[in-house]
Design a protein around this ligand. Structure first.
Ligand code: SIN
Ligand code: CO
Length: 383
């Protein structure tokens, strides 16, 4: 289990002073750090079709990027390239554990753990990201530079990389295993491996405002809501047919406002939308056929642990109308209002001991819902 020391700042102090504001170097944020995944296991993941991997290297001074899967790296030699994989927390339990020390941030803000392996000289070049990231240095050393967030010109050296022009560093350091660099959105940065090295980026992403609207529109269409037309039985004749007059503008704006002011719809939309996965889930079909009897046995066994699979997004609201609703992977699961406490347990903890669920162990409705979630492959039991 990883614990983090944020330069002796409390989470509150870190959020006040640095979060979304300025970068922070945290020497030995995780002491005695060991890679949760070896470079060999990591290369194995890059062979999988459904895993998002990328190779980045330079050829004759030009940046090159290619998407996986990859089998072989021998043509790249032993320097100046790096292999990056998104969403490794979905595929490796130990990597998913890296999120645990950051649970002072809510589930909906978590993006993924991106892992990179770089040979000496390897990196992805100077760039900005639109997410907050904690870059945890694993084995090996990497040289990192972070610039200030003043306007930077984008230089699209390769359309996949979104590079920026050279910047003056405000942080210029060599990271050693267990060191952490926090970089808020908009701060240019670049890491170059000094020796073969692993790095683990715990990323947090919000959403573009335009996506909030477009996803809301998708939600309305999916739920067959808002299909009633804007009507105008009180229309008056016009002598300026080319004009959209202020009455009409008000009417159209109030139709938009009306949709946005329905709190239950907005919450349901947010729950559905924010709980959608960013990367494919690693569902194990062998764990999808639990019987009710087996579930009851696990619930009665104090030693057993109920584990949420890596990357599964799970959340709830505490508004009266939402009590008992659990949003998981883009869907809502309705427990009874009395079972609100169990939705909190499932969403707030990535693993739960059976005894934490004891109060509900005899409740058939709860067990039916939990069995459904288990047989969807979202949670599994470990003895
Ligand atoms: C890397 O690990 O090489 C890139 C991470 C980043 O800059 O976001
Ligand atoms: Co970056």
């Amino acid at each position: 289990m990883y614990t983090i020391d944020l330069n002796q700042l409390t989470p509150q102090q870190f959020l006040n002073e640095y979060w979304q504001k300025k970068p922070l170097l945290i020497r030995q944020g995780i002491s005695n750090f060991e890679d949760p995944i070896s470079p060999d296991e990591f290369a194995g993941l890059a062979m999988e079709e459904q895993i998002e991997s990328r190779l980045v290297w330079q050829k004759d001074g030009e940046w090159q990027a290619e998407h996986g899967p990859f089998e072989d790296y021998s043509h790249l030699g032993d320097k100046d390239w790096s292999l990056l994989i998104q969403g490794v927390d979905h595929w490796d339990e130990q990597v998913a554990e890296l999120i645990r020390p950051f649970r002072f941030l809510p589930n909906w803000r978590i993006d993924d753990v991106m892992v990179s392996y770089a040979t000496p000289g390897g990196g992805v070049g100077p760039h900005v990201d639109n997410y907050d990231v904690f870059i945890i240095q694993g084995s090996g050393k990497r040289h990192w530079q972070v610039g200030s967030n003043t306007e930077l010109k984008e230089v699209v050296a390769n359309s996949a990389l979104l590079h920026v022009e050279k910047f003056t560093p405000i942080i210029d350091v060599e990271l050693l295993p267990g060191d952490i660099l926090y970089i808020p959105p908009g701060f240019p940065h670049q890491g170059v491996a000094i020796e073969p090295s692993m790095s683990f980026s715990v990323g947090f992403r919000t959403t573009a405002k335009s996506h909030l609207f477009s996803n809301f529109a998708d939600y309305l269409i999916d739920q067959q809501l808002g299909s009633d037309m804007v009507v105008d039985p009180e229309r008056q004749p016009t002598t300026t047919p080319g004009l959209i007059d202020s009455n009409d503008i008000d009417k159209l704006k109030s139709a938009l406002h009306e949709m946005l002011s329905d709190d239950d719809k907005i919450l349901d939309y947010l729950g559905n939308s924010l709980s959608q996965c960013k990367h494919e889930l690693a569902i194990d079909p062998d764990l999808q056929d639990m019987s009710m009897d087996q579930l009851s046995e696990f619930l009665q066994d104090d030693e057993s642990l109920l584990i949420r699979i890596g990357g599964l997004r799970c959340m709830y609201f505490d508004q009266e109308s939402m009590l008992g609703r659990l949003y998981v992977n883009g869907e809502s699961y309705v427990f009874s209002q009395q079972q609100h406490a169990v939705t909190q347990l499932l969403a707030n903890n990535s693993e739960l001991g059976a005894q934490q669920l004891q109060t509900f162990a005899q409740d058939d409705d709860f067990k039916i819902q939990l069995l459904q979630l288990i047989n969807l492959g979202y949670w599994y039991w470990q003895e």
